[in-house]
Design a protein around this ligand. Structure first.
Ligand code: GLN
Length: 552
């Protein structure tokens, strides 16, 4: 039978509930338990796919093609269980399901209400998420902050679930904030007292408090928190700021969080083994070199828009014993006059994106990287702009573009699949259809890699990566692009969709565009072959540039 740990948050958001949940999961996994994580999001969007990355940060894509909360990315990076569509759901999905049942008449003439119908539905969804994989423990992270109107049905639902499951099958962990008030020179426990009161008001007594603060919370303050929140002192755990998230599992384990949870859930296991985390932290702290990558996109580091990408670059750094510094360059500000600012970078990356804004700057970026032989990685939109650039400047296709940015372009080298036809006149149709627009290519797909290419050196025969995009390289132009020097190094077997493009290594040391999002599959343990190769190319470029400088 699956046991549950419900993780809630209090006082403010952005305290790192996702990292805390993932860390607990990682420690439990290291004790030999099978663990999964489920994220409940209290907003009405059916999924985050339609939300601006400014609002919500990155949309994480699972193998089975779900557009999910970025916390699922942390989960996959911290534990070995792979996330599925059922590991994340929103209030929107719950209501959609309840309303569909109501229309079908499933409620047999009853008045449909938040309690019990919505709360029952939430419990069903949680069980479904846990049941999708046969696990010992499901850690259920409830988005939002206790006290919000919108998260109330979730809290009521998990309260009921815990009651039904019995005390040895459910535990509550509450993440709270203990602010340092500089003027008083003190850490303040009052917000924590109040947030736990709020929890108790709805019938939940936390078993553990994870107290976020900018520093370690002294014993006397922990005593005070324990006394006023009715949480035993052993359950008052301090979670201070650290320079890398990979230190958090060790921090929580040292304070016996896993022991406490295993005791509460009556789980007999071997003891935790965090050696690989220690090794990882050591690697992160002791790089042998450093490279700087220019990330030319629309968003800045603070928006969380490129979360998995940043992590993938860091992992690739670890695997090259290097620190990877990322500098954000707003592609909207790039012009022919100032694109020279990219010269100083060891590598250039154009990430995924939607919409026209900043696209010309990205095309210019790809051109600069190609002409100046700086390692270039184009991800999704980054592959599309590289293709447009080659079409315009090497294939002589003036005005080439994607129909996403210029529907009237004379050369739609990137277009929607039903905007171009096969040579026999048939329109290619995709397998995937979703309710939302239905044209997005989502989730993991495989294709063969062409031998002799850089992609083949990196991936071997087959590449399986996750997708999230609408537009594709137009088959009708592939021949002309090939003639102009673009190598198409992977194409899907059935639909003949371009997956990877590159420049021959005789002409450019490392220039690759991929239609998929490799960053979703990078983990700190294995890194990712594409990113590892890219960062190695950055190091090589740096060394070569250094030699040129010394010679001059
Ligand atoms: N906007 C492009 C498309 O829809 C690229 C999407 C992306 O980069 N994820 O195809």
């Amino acid at each position: 039978m699956t046991k549950y740990v419900f993780v809630t948050g209090g006082v403010v958001s952005s305290l790192g509930k996702g990292i805390a949940s993932a860390s607990l999961a990682a420690i439990l996994e290291s004790r030999g338990l099978k663990v999964t994580l489920i994220k409940l999001d209290p907003y009405l969007n059916v999924d985050p796919g339609t939300m601006s990355p400014f609002q919500h940060g990155e949309v994480f894509v699972t193998d089975d093609g779900a557009e999910t909360d970025l916390d699922l990315g942390h989960y996959e990076r911290f534990i070995s269980t792979r996330m599925k569509r059922t590991n994340n759901f929103t209030t929107g999905q719950i209501y959609k399901s309840v309303l569909e049942k109501e229309r079908r008449g499933d409620y047999l003439g009853k008045t449909v209400q938040v309690i019990p119908h919505v709360t029952n539905e939430i419990q069903e969804f949680v069980k479904r998420g846990a049941g999708a994989t046969d696990v010992d423990v499901a850690i259920v992270e409830i988005g939002g902050t206790v006290g919000d109107i919108e998260s109330l049905p979730f809290l009521e639902a998990v309260r009921q679930m815990a009651l039904r499951a019995g005390p040895s099958n459910a535990a509550f962990v509450h993440l709270t904030y203990v602010p340092w008030i500089a003027a008083a020179g003190e850490l303040k426990t009052k917000p924590t007292q109040h947030t736990v009161q709020k929890m108790r008001e709805i019938g939940i007594q936390p078993d553990v408090l994870l107290c976020r603060a900018d520093r370690k919370i002294p014993d006397d303050e922990c005593d005070k928190i324990s006394l006023f929140t009715n949480v035993p002192l052993a359950g008052v755990i301090s979670m201070w700021d650290v320079d890398t998230i990979y230190k958090v599992p060790r921090m929580l384990h040292e304070q016996r969080l896993d022991e406490l949870i295993c005791m509460k859930l009556q789980l007999l296991t071997k003891s935790a083994d965090l050696r690989r985390w220690d090794k990882l932290v050591h690697e992160v702290a002791h790089p042998k070199s450093e490279v700087t990558v220019a990330m030319c996109g629309k968003y800045t580091e603070l928006s969380d828009s490129y979360k998995s990408l940043n992590e993938a670059l860091r992992h690739a750094g670890i695997h090259n014993h290097a620190r990877v510094k990322i500098e954000y360059v707003d592609s909207e500000t790039l012009t022919e006059d100032n694109v020279g600012q990219l010269e100083k970078f060891d590598a250039i990356l154009v990430p995924g994106g939607f919409g026209k804004r900043g696209v010309e700057g990205k095309i210019l970026t790809a051109q600069y990287a190609r002409e100046h032989k700086i390692p270039y990685l184009g991800i999704c939109l980054g592959m599309q702009v590289a293709t447009i650039e080659v079409a315009r400047h090497l294939a002589g296709l003036t005005g080439a573009n994607s129909t996403e940015f210029d529907p009237e372009t004379p050369h739609p080298v990137i277009a929607l699949i039903d905007e171009w036809q096969d040579s026999d006149g048939t329109i290619q149709k995709r397998d995937e259809k979703s309710d939302l627009g239905g044209t997005m290519r989502l989730g993991a797909q495989s294709s063969d890699v062409v031998p002799g290419t850089l992609a083949y050196q990196i991936y071997g025969k087959v590449v399986t990566e996750r997708h999230r995009h609408r537009y594709e390289a137009n088959q009708r132009y592939l021949e002309r692009l090939r003639e102009a020097g673009l190598v198409i190094s992977a194409i899907t077997q059935r639909e003949k969709l371009t997956e990877i493009v590159e420049l021959p290594q005789t002409q450019h040391p490392w220039f690759v565009g991929v239609q998929f999002h490799p960053e979703f599959k990078s983990t700190p343990w294995d890194g990712h072959p594409l990113f590892t190769s890219y960062v190695k190319a950055a190091l090589d470029h740096q060394r070569a540039a250094q030699l040129v400088k010394e010679a001059a």
